[in-house]
Structure formats: structure tokens, C-alpha cells
Design a binder for this molecule. Structure first.
Ligand code: GDP
Length: 466
């Protein structure tokens, strides 16, 4: 009798817990071209085909045949664009297949997952469901968090500190324009707009050249703010500490005060609302990183990615005294970091890829563990575009990849070894790392081929569908 009562109360507790957990808000981020659009497309595709042809062996609910699939629901927040899943699938189904157009701002898609709970009893329903709200937003927006702890003066100093020569060279237009500015002169609107555009061009050039540590984030992905005066500012180079009081005392119409005022506007009306209205409400988060792309692009880009990730990860540092905790009290309780496009290297290199990702994020990972935020690293391919092959060369077996380049050429390549630790000068001197971009593979089923999407899905939502 007592044990029967124990069972009932356990089942009641289960039921209540499930009731509370009926909804999960999962966010996907990463810098541009990290693979967010591909990831979210594949995630939705895998979950929709979960009870059918999808290969999700590392997700217990799917492996045990309890996950019955997913349907799209209308989202709650009508102010956020819907993630264009159908368009993405149409591109992948085209002949020849194309990569989906990347999303450029925040987008959302709501799924209802149906599954049979593992433990059944008279209080547990036969099937139950979880509402999964998926969000995709640019990692560039997170680069703006550190900007909240600055005023215009200290931000200018931080932004104009020595950067590498390659990066500086991309800003010469802007540098020539700002060199002659007098902070005390009256602000000239047209001149500010022109110089802000030159600064934005420098950032865009740097982005194109593979640099990642770029602020303000909205200069790269302005969304609805395109052309607005909120984006017409830039840092002033050459400010020295002893000037601060004098500059702060300048009248409101001065160039310095105008730039400072726009900087404050950007903080209050662009950066804060994203954290307050969206970020604060995410339950789980995956951060995607194109580690292999940076290896391909050389040492200065690789170092820059490392710096950018260190800034970006500050948004997940929930130490009690962190800026974020003080300002917004976020509630992300589980985090995944993933090196994307793992199908660009042979499977024997995948463990190294994870080690390298962990090395890149060593400092933020240490902070997260200290703050007791569960975090796990993965290497994955959301949409696998190559096939692993063994080739025999002069009697020696070795691993290789077969795929089709974007130009349509079928190739068999060995892209190189991935270092397990941060690459040093010797790595860059001795070992080339080179791979082409591949075209998605044509398919005979509706399901997208992937590498370890199931492991990532298990970490992110598996505990909610037991
Ligand atoms: P986003 O800007 O973060 O949304 O990045 P996308 O998802 O648009 O990905 C950028 C590009 O990376 C794509 O156009 C593809 O060329 C490539 N890519 C993304 N995911 C994969 C993948 O799983 N495998 C391969 N081979 N390439 C990928």
C-alpha cells in the first residue's frame, strides 16, 4: 500500500514537472556563415522526420521509437519574422541543390513535438507533447554586449587600440577622414553620415576578409535600422585619458558630444532591447563556430575569431557579478558549442576538431564551468555534403572525402590534419590547410544527411522528452 502510494506520488510529481516543462525556447547563434541557417533547417527537418526515416540514434526518444515527429505551429510573437524553412528546403531540393539563403536578423519557428513518455502509468498519458520555440539570431549582435560597459570615450579607446596591419589596412579610407576631425567643432550631419558609412564599409570589408571581432554588430547586419542616425557614429581615435574631463564638458552641438549621444542611443535602443526582449527568455542555446573556415583563412583571421568568440561568450557568463546577470538576469540553463561543417574533414579528424574548439574557447569555458552552467562541445555537420572514402596510394590506405564543388566539379580530396591545440607559427608555416566549399548532395529521401545532429539535439532537448 505504502509503495503504491509512493508510486502515485512519484507519478504526480512527474506529471507536474512535465506540466511545467511543456515549452522550451531554444536559440541558435553564431557569426555570419557559421552555419546557423543550415543548422536550423536540419534541426527542423530531423525532428519532423523523427518517427520516420531520420537517423537520430543518439537521441534515446528517437532510438526507442517514442518520438513520433513534429508539426509546425503558429508562433506567439508576431513581431519576429518566421524562419524560412520551406524556402531553405526548396533550395536544397533544387537541381543542382543550393545552400539556403542565410537569415540576416532574428527569426523564429515553433514546433510541437509528440512523443510517448518512457515511463508509463495510469497517470501518465500515452502520448504527450513539447512545444519547442526555435530562434536564430546573428552572433554579431552578441559582440555588442561588452559595449554596454563602456561610455563613448572608453569605447573609442578600446576600438582603436592596435589591430593587426591587415585589418588596419581595410580602414584607411575612414582613418584619413577622421584624422582631421576636431572634437570641439560643431557637428556636421552630412560629414558624420559619410564617415560612419566609411567605418561601416571598413567593417564589411573586414568581415569579407574573414575577420570576426567587429563592433558595433548592427553596422554589419543593420536589419530595420539601415540608414538610421542611430547607426551614424564611429569611435574617435587617439583619445588620451587626460583629455576626458575636457571632452565631457564640450557643448551638445559639438562633434564629440554628438557622437557620444548616438553611442548612448545605440546602447539604450538597440543593444539593450535585444537582451531584454529576446535573449533573457531563452532556455537553451547552441553557439555555432566555423573553426575550419578560420583554419582555412590563415593566422590573423584565426586569432581574430578567437578574440571575437571570447567577446561573444561573455553573453553566457552568468557569474553573479557579470554584466549580463546584473542587467538582465538571463535563464539559459544549458549551452552547446559546436564546430560546424565537420564534413569538410575526414572522420579521423573530428576528435581534434572538438579539442581545437575547446582550446579556442578555453577561457570562456572555464568561466562557464565556474558559474556552473552545463556546457558541452560538439563537432557536427548539419547538412552533410561529402562522403568519407578510403583511398589506396602506393600501397598505403588513407582517408579522403568525395564531394562536388560549388562549381560542379566532382573531387576526391584530403583537406589536411586539424591541430588539436591552438595552431602555432610552425603549423601555419609548414602545413597548408585547404579545402573547397562543397555543394549540398542531391537526395533520394526527404531527410537531410548529417553528422552528429542527433548528439546535439539530445544534449539540447533530450531531457525534456524522456
Ligand atoms: P549563417 O550565416 O550562420 O546562417 O550560415 P549558413 O547556414 O548560411 O552557412 C554558410 C555556408 O556554410 C553555407 O552556404 C554552406 O556553404 C556552408 N555550410 C553550412 N553548413 C554546412 C554543413 O553542414 N556542411 C557543409 N559542407 N557546408 C556547410
Amino acid at each position: 500500500m505504502a509503495s503504491e502510494r509512493g508510486k502515485i506520488s512519484r507519478e504526480l510529481t512527474d506529471l507536474l514537472a512535465r506540466g511545467r516543462d511543456r515549452q522550451l525556447r531554444l536559440a541558435v547563434t553564431g557569426l555570419s556563415r557559421a552555419g546557423k541557417t543550415a543548422f536550423l533547417t536540419s534541426l527542423v527537418n530531423q525532428l519532423r522526420h523523427a518517427g520516420l526515416e531520420a537517423r537520430l540514434d543518439m537521441l534515446p526518444a528517437a532510438r526507442e521509437g517514442r518520438l513520433l515527429g513534429a508539426q509546425r505551429l503558429n508562433q506567439q510573437d508576431l513581431g519576429v519574422p518566421r524562419f524560412p524553412y520551406d524556402q531553405a528546403m526548396a533550395a536544397l531540393n533544387a537541381s543542382p541543390p543550393r545552400w539556403p539563403e542565410p537569415t540576416r536578423g532574428i527569426s523564429e519557428l515553433r514546433l510541437q513535438l509528440r512523443y510517448r513518455p518512457a515511463r508509463s502509468g495510469w497517470l501518465t498519458p500515452q502520448t504527450t507533447s513539447l512545444t519547442l520555440d526555435l530562434f536564430d539570431y546573428p552572433g554579431e549582435w552578441l559582440l555588442d554586449l561588452p559595449l554596454l560597459q563602456h561610455d563613448f570615450f572608453s569605447w573609442s579607446q578600446a576600438q582603436t587600440r592596435a589591430h593587426g596591419p591587415q585589418r588596419q589596412a581595410l580602414f584607411t579610407d575612414w582613418q584619413e577622414g577622421v584624422a582631421a576631425l576636431d572634437p570641439a567643432a560643431e557637428a556636421d550631419e552630412a560629414q558624420l553620415a559619410e564617415l560612419a558609412e566609411r567605418y561601416a564599409q571598413g567593417l564589411r570589408r573586414a568581415k569579407k576578409a574573414g575577420f570576426s571581432d567587429l563592433q558595433p554588430g548592427r553596422f554589419l547586419l543593420p536589419g530595420e535600422l539601415e540608414g538610421a542616425p542611430a547607426l551614424q557614429f564611429f569611435p574617435l581615435p587617439g583619445l588620451i585619458d587626460t583629455q576626458r574631463a575636457e571632452l565631457d564638458a564640450l557643448p551638445a552641438e559639438s562633434l564629440y558630444a554628438t557622437l557620444a549621444q548616438r553611442f548612448r542611443y545605440y546602447q539604450q535602443h538597440v543593444v539593450r532591447p535585444f537582451y531584454r526582449d529576446h535573449f533573457r527568455r531563452f532556455d537553451r542555446q547552441i553557439v555555432l563556430v566555423d573553426v575550419l573556415g578560420a583554419l582555412n583563412a590563415g593566422p590573423e583571421r584565426f586569432d581574430d575569431l578567437s578574440r571575437a568568440l571570447n567577446h561573444l561568450m561573455q553573453s553566457f557568463d552568468y557569474g553573479k557579478r557579470s554584466l549580463l546577470t546584473r542587467l538582465f538576469a538571463p535563464k539559459i540553463d544549458r549551452l552547446a558549442i559546436a564546430a560546424t561543417k565537420a564534413d569538410h574533414v575526414t572522420p579521423d579528424q573530428h576528435p581534434n576538431l572538438i579539442h581545437l574548439l575547446e582550446a579556442l574557447l578555453a577561457e570562456p569555458l572555464q568561466d562557464l564551468r565556474f558559474a556552473d552552467v552545463p556546457v558541452k562541445a560538439f563537432s557536427l555537420a548539419a547538412i552533410r555534403a561529402t562522403q568519407a572514402r578510403e583511398v589506396t596510394q602506393q600501397g598505403q590506405q588513407s582517408a579522403a572525402l568525395r564531394g562536388t564543388t560549388l562549381e560542379g566539379e566532382e573531387v576526391l580530396v584530403y583537406p589536411g590534419d586539424v591541430p588539436a591545440t591552438l595552431p602555432d607559427a610552425a603549423f601555419w608555416d609548414q602545413q597548408g590547410f585547404n579545402f573547397p566549399a562543397f555543394r549540398p548532395m542531391p537526395r533520394t529521401t526527404d531527410v537531410l544527411a548529417h553528422i552528429r545532429m542527433d548528439s546535439a539535439i539530445d544534449w539540447l532537448i533530450g531531457d525534456k522528452i524522456t
